[in-house]
Design a protein. Structure first.
Length: 212
């Protein structure tokens, strides 16, 4: 029995060490990207709203579909105040996005104050919980500082390395103060966090060196 335990422990250890390639240590359903401080009409209702245009994405990092019943979002409060509960099924690799306006509608329908996702611009947290019978547990969470989320910057997981978080700052390039670091890439609401349109400023000297 002891050897079996040791072998299993070894497997867990190996899988954790390789988190950058095989995200076994990450929850199957995880926070993928979020926007705290909207400066444009992200939910497409024609109006800019500090509440309604916030958004949070979740992703299924596993190999099988997951029933999202019981998965809920909260902000960084020590005692969770529920902002949204997911429903339906999320296929492997699929992403679901929740706008502040979706959270507001859920709150109104379920008797909670209509604060939307309630992600404080000055620093807060995004937490994904799962409620299963009498058990409520944090599945994934991320605490952020103000700079990395200011005016249309998002924070999200790298698609090629989900254990690493970066800032998607294409609309509002980070200076050295961003934590996590900026990428120059744009936010990708509802889709894989891509860097295909990276536009980090490049100096004339660096550009000339490419053609030498
Ligand atoms: Ca906010
Ligand atoms: Ca809007
Ligand atoms: Ca995305």
């Amino acid at each position: 029995m002891r050897k079996v335990f040791q072998f299993c422990f070894f497997l867990v250890l190996v899988s954790c060490v390789n988190v950058s390639f095989v995200p076994d240590c990450l929850a199957q359903i995880a926070i993928n990207e979020f926007l705290v401080d909207p400066a444009r009409d992200w939910d497409g209702d024609g109006a800019l709203s500090a509440r309604d245009d916030e958004w949070v994405e979740i992703i299924n990092l596993g190999q099988s579909a997951v029933d999202l019943g019981g998965y809920r979002l909260a902000d960084g409060d020590a005692k969770p105040v529920w902002r949204y509960e997911f429903a339906g099924t999320l296929a492997p690799g699929a992403i679901e996005i929740v706008y502040g306006s979706d959270a507001k509608a859920w709150e109104e329908a379920n008797g909670f104050p209509a604060y939307g996702l309630s992600l404080n611009n000055s620093g807060d947290g995004v937490r994904l919980y799962r409620i299963s019978l009498a058990d409520t547990s944090v599945v994934d969470s991320y605490s952020y500082e103000e700079a990395a989320t200011r005016d249309d910057r998002t924070i999200g997981r790298r698609a090629d390395n989900p254990g690493t978080w970066v800032a998607f700052d294409g609309y509002n390039p980070c200076t050295s103060s961003c934590n996590p670091a900026g990428t120059g890439c744009y936010p990708s609401p509802g889709s894989i966090n891509s860097c295909a349109t990276a536009t980090k400023p490049i100096s004339w000297g660096a550009m000339k060196s490419v053609y030498r």
